[in-house]
Ligand binder design. Structure first.
Ligand code: GDP
Ligand code: IMO
Ligand code: MG
Length: 432
């Protein structure tokens, strides 16, 4: 009964989609367990670049059941469009299921996301993706949300939309927006039901069968621990829980022990949106990381903030997620740097700290760097550990020992096969 979670060990965009797509070769079920179409998971194979937002990254494996779990926030119209776009590129999307309990991102959630973000000034801006994620989860917690299964029950749906209108019209009116048009919303919902209705099921039945038959279940996270609602840089977070402990909960697997909690981590760091980011480089080195790594948001196209790897945050990620191993992506992006730095502590108010401080204190942290020699040779063609230059191997071993988690693989390109296994090493061996 192998149950694996793939989670972001940084601020998101670590390469979770490419890792899930690769691991899905040996999986029977892939479940997205939280978040919505704020995600941008890029999967590259056969020279084609696919940007997934709500569809799980196992979709390119015809035999894999792809499930959008109860913990997700689903915009059914955006999902319909995403599925149509995939179909038009000859991707078979037949094996995609939506749990009836997943919450619906409704048109007013998108409006409210924009209104709320616009009222936050300057440094207070979260920089949300404006996909309505926060307001959708707010409604879920406030018990006035709509769920995917409601699309299949017209009478209940009408009541739920009317109730939502009674509440949200107050805010929309306050900001000079038109009231919710209940009849128009119900027509939109009927369209969504017509295109997605056959996929809306109780997915726990499928998962129970998979577990009973000892099948491999992969739980795909969205974003990363640093933007987790509880464990991230609150309030600059998303409104759900990307961390591994939530993976079984969001998928409906109960308090199951994960066989493998895989953290995905870039060889450097990026962040999109507001909040502290201690290793951010606002100089030409940051610009070089951005251009070599093509660091622009897959969902919003925004330039990503770039900086050196932060192992204070990585150690935190390892503990908060209970990571069993790391997959380090984008090692090739560092191919042309003479020197590579890693923050292994912070200077904070005249002290040195090695544990991640709270959000407000992070904003005053100055990184304490240790440096590594670069390798100045292309790694993109490497397909084995021994094909990596010695300096690159030393850097990966440093991530392992400083982060306190074994690295099982590194990737050196976006294509599916550009990933290589890292041989295990005894703890402490090869420490920098
Ligand atoms: P996700 O949201 O965690 O799935 O990550 P994104 O897809 O938003 O961002 C990762 C980006 O890096 C994508 O454009 C990937 O195609 C790309 N990528 C992933 N792994 C590698 C790698 O090893 N090398 C390079 N150069 N690009 C990679
Ligand atoms: P993937 O899955 C990077 C960021 C936004 C913002 C904060 C809250 O591709 O890693 P939200 O729209 O969720 O309310 O925004 O989280 N954010 C992401 N950053 N990758 C993502 O997804 C993100 N999804 C949200 O920039 O700071
Ligand atoms: Mg992304």
């Amino acid at each position: 009964m192998p149950v694996l979670a793939v989670v972001g060990a940084q601020w998101g965009d670590e390469g979770k989609g490419r890792v899930v797509d690769w691991l899905a070769a040996d999986a029977d079920v892939v479940v997205r367990y939280q978040g919505g179409d704020n995600a941008g998971h890029t999967v590259v194979h056969g020279g084609q670049v696919h940007k997934l937002h709500m569809v799980p990254s196992g979709i390119f494996r015809r035999e894999v059941q792809n499930i959008i779990g109860a913990g997700c926030a689903v915009n059914p119209w955006a999902l319909r469009d995403e599925l149509e776009a995939l179909s038009s590129r000859d991707v078979d999307v037949g094996n995609l299921w939506i749990d009836e309990r997943a919450h619906l991102v409704m048109p007013w959630h998108l409006q409210l996301d924009g209104i709320e973000e616009d009222t936050r000034a300057g440094a207070d801006q979260i920089g949300t993706t404006r996909r309505g994620i926060g307001p959708c989860y707010t409604d879920k917690a406030a018990r006035r949300g709509l769920r995917a299964g409601d699309l299949l029950r017209p009478d209940l749906l009408r009541e739920r939309v009317q109730a939502a209108a009674r509440w949200h019209d107050i805010t929309l009116g306050h900001f000079g927006r038109p009231a919710i048009d209940v009849e128009a919303t119900l027509r939109l919902c009927a369209e969504a039901a017509a295109s997605l209705g056959h996929r809306i099921v109780d997915t726990t039945a499928q998962l129970e069968v998979a577990l009973d038959l000892d099948r491999t279940v992969l739980l795909e996270g969205q974003l990363g621990v640093m933007r987790d609602l509880d464990w991230g840089i609150y309030p600059f977070v998303t409104s759900s829980h990307p961390t591994a402990a939530f993976a079984p909960a969001g998928a409906g697997l109960g308090a199951i022990t994960l066989d493998d909690a895989i953290g995905v981590c870039k060889a450097y760091a990026t962040s999109v949106g507001g909040g502290p980011f201690p290793t951010e480089l606002l100089d030409e080195t940051g610009a070089k990381l951005r251009s070599v790594g093509a660091e622009f948001g897959a969902t919003t196209g925004r330039p990503r903030r770039c900086g050196w790897l932060d192992v204070v945050a990585l150690r935190y990620a390892a503990r908060r997620n209970g990571l069993t191993r790391l997959i380090v992506t984008k090692l090739d992006v560092l191919d042309d740097f003479a020197e590579i730095a890693v923050a292994d502590g912070y200077h904070l108010d005249g002290r040195v700290v090695e544990r991640l401080p709270t959000t407000a204190d992070q904003a005053r942290c100055q990184p304490r760097y240790r440096t590594f020699e670069g390798w100045r040779v292309a790694t993109t063609a490497a397909r084995s550990w021994s094909a990596l230059p010695a300096a690159a191997q030393r850097y990966v071993r440093a991530i392992e020992s400083l982060g306190g988690v074994p690295v099982s693989h590194v990737s050196v390109g976006a294509e599916r096969d550009a990933i290589l296994a890292v041989p295990p090493t005894a703890a402490g061996q090869d420490a920098p």
